[in-house]
Write a protein that binds this ligand. Sequence first.
Ligand code: ADP
Length: 443
Amino acid sequence: MFLRIGTFVGYQALGAVAGWLLSYRADSHVAALWGSLLGAAIWFVLDGMRAARTLRCLRSEGAFIDQRNSGVWSELLARAGRLYRSKDKARAEAENRLQDFLSALQASPNGVVLLDKAHCIEWCNQTAATHFGLDLGRDLLQNIGNLVRDPGFATYLAARDFNQELLLPGRHNTPSRPVRLSLQIHPYGGGRLLLLSRDVTALERAETMRRDFVANVSHEIRTPLTVLSGFVETLQTLELSDSERADYLVLMAQQASRMQSLVDDLLTLSRLEGSPIPATDTWTSTRDIMRRLEQEARALSKLICSDAPAQQLHFDCQFDGELSGGASELQSAMGNLVSNAVRYTPAGGQINVMMCLLGDGQLFFEVRDSGPGISSEHLPRLTERFYRVDRSRSRETGGTGLGLAIVKHVAQRHGAELSIDSKLGHGSTFGLLFPTMRVRATQ
Ligand code: ADP
């Protein structure tokens, strides 16, 4: 500031001296005064030019440097430049933060839609676009009510009571492949709305499966329990002969064993679901597996066909090696396939059980029977829990409806594939294909 006053006074003084020196004919005082005024005017003109240059620089938001400026104008420019650069940096940082935030929302597995006061879409992520069938380029700033055409959604939006979530059928919902969405709106700053959407199809399916499972288990347990308590009541209230009493006790023992099998299978399934994948370094001999299967099958067959022609059972172990995994799991899975063949094949029928090594090193286990066969519409559902084609035969022979579900689980845990090939009236073939990593020749 002192420099500025100094130069102003200097220009005036120089003007006054010049006026005084040049006034050799006129009054030297008046000339000095005019000279001083002229000096001041020149100073103002030069200063105005610097101010104009400074203003130009400020307006252009460029480099904020003008080599021709000096003093207060140059300092003003430099300070404005620093301020501008720091503001610019802060703005860039805020923009980066916003982009990071939007990227996080974009990565969310849930749909996120930001709506303004008039319910127009300000922003939405890709998941929400997929849920509602929105086009991110075209539908921004459109009213969501015009895009999501479900009447339930319109009522939910209009009621403005967002405490509850809303369940809607998804965009690609079909009766065979239901898709369910859960929506919830959260109001925020200045009447805006945050709309969150979630695909709850798998959750609802799991919940339905859980409900069905509990209902099935209750039903399966209640039936033998009702029969058992009926017998107990009869034994308590009626005068029975010894032979009648013995008959009743046999029937009661059958019902108790049915409940026992059911509980055993349920425990097996729950163990399979909760335990880690079986180790690859625990080996079981294929010959031992086949020997045990044969013993069990012959005993079961004798029991079932006690008063009828015997079934013809053939066991052929073509691979003398070892299979890795849970020994009891493997035995129980293969045992289920063999016992099904024995239980569903009528007396006199034929059952072939075979194990062999394929050319690519995989192990193939196959159970083929000449039983009633299964019609094709049942095949995809056979491994569902409690799914039965022949309900009465299953019950008569002590089936629980869980055998093939256990086989499927064990196969999955060992990286094996379960194949089912059957035609009504032409017998059935069940196969298990084990990967090479779980097979080795005997050392
Ligand atoms: P279950 O304990 O009732 O045998 P599974 O899960 O082992 O239950 O089998 C499911 C259904 O598949 C059975 O109820 C039966 O109707 C059918 N099934 C399984 N194996 C055979 C087979 N070898 N021949 C004919 N039907 C079979």
